[in-house]
Design a protein around this ligand. Structure first.
Ligand code: 5RP
Length: 225
């Protein structure tokens, strides 16, 4: 079974989870990436079962709208019961690295605002320690060089993601050489404290509540201890 099939399995499990949890007046946060794209396509046939969605990127908003699924601004939604999103790495504490698709800031805002955060991923995303996947850091453009120097002081090797401007008008540094990240919460805070950093792709202070991990044996449901 290839990675693509596993992503479909994860997306199908997320749809089932969503339909069990949400009802007609519920709002659903929807993440960004290829696994979420599949989830959105599956959600299309069930769009009348929820009140609407909040999108974590322009890309996701466009895909949702292309299926006629209502998309609302986060500011207009009182309560968002559930957020479904993918990840680049997942550790045993359900801490994540996200942002491979560049949508980390809006993703983190929605994860913070949602009552429950369900992460969907194929088994290749499971790691013992985070940090092999280069950690995305969204940066105000004029601060790029300053932030890069500060990240080097923290032991990372930042690489400017060329030709990418985020939905918020910023740039991304992908930070290599951080493996193994021992205390993800602390690194998340240190990076956030660098002036000019908008957000970083460590989801440790707000980890996932549940991970639906697609394996060759089927879905493994991981929950926070
Ligand atoms: C986008 C993300 C994605 O969730 C992450 O990159 C996983 O993507 P995919 O489902 O394509 O493997 O964080 O910013």
């Amino acid at each position: 079974m290839g990675q693509e099939t596993l992503k479909q399995t994860a997306a199908a499990a997320a749809l089932e989870y969503t339909l069990n949890k949400l009802d007609y007046d519920s709002y659903l946060g929807v993440g960004t990436g290829s696994t979420c794209d599949i989830f959105i396509d599956l959600l299309a046939s069930h769009k009348s079962k929820i009140a609407g969605t909040v999108a974590s990127s322009e890309r996701t908003a466009q895909r949702l709208r292309s299926h006629g699924i209502p998309v609302y601004e986060l500011n207009t939604v009182d309560e968002m019961q559930l957020y479904v999103d993918g990840a680049d790495e997942v550790n045993p504490h359900l801490e994540l690295i996200k942002g491979g698709g560049g949508a980390l800031t809006r993703e983190k805002i929605i994860a913070a605002a949602a009552s429950e955060f369900v992460c969907i991923a194929d088994d290749s995303k499971r790691v013992g320690h985070l940090g092999n996947f280069p950690l995305p850091v969204e940066v105000i453009p004029m601060a790029r060089s300053y932030v890069a120097k500060m990240i080097i002081k923290l032991g990372g090797e930042p690489v400017y993601r060329q030709n990418i401007i985020t939905d918020n008008g910023n740039v991304i540094l992908d930070v290599h050489k951080l493996y193994p990240i021992e205390v993800a919460r602390t690194l998340e805070e240190k990076l956030n404290n660098i002036t000019g950093v908008v957000c970083n792709g460590l989801f440790a202070n707000r980890p996932a509540d549940t991970v639906l991990l697609a394996t060759l044996q089927g879905i493994e449901t991981l929950t926070a201890n």
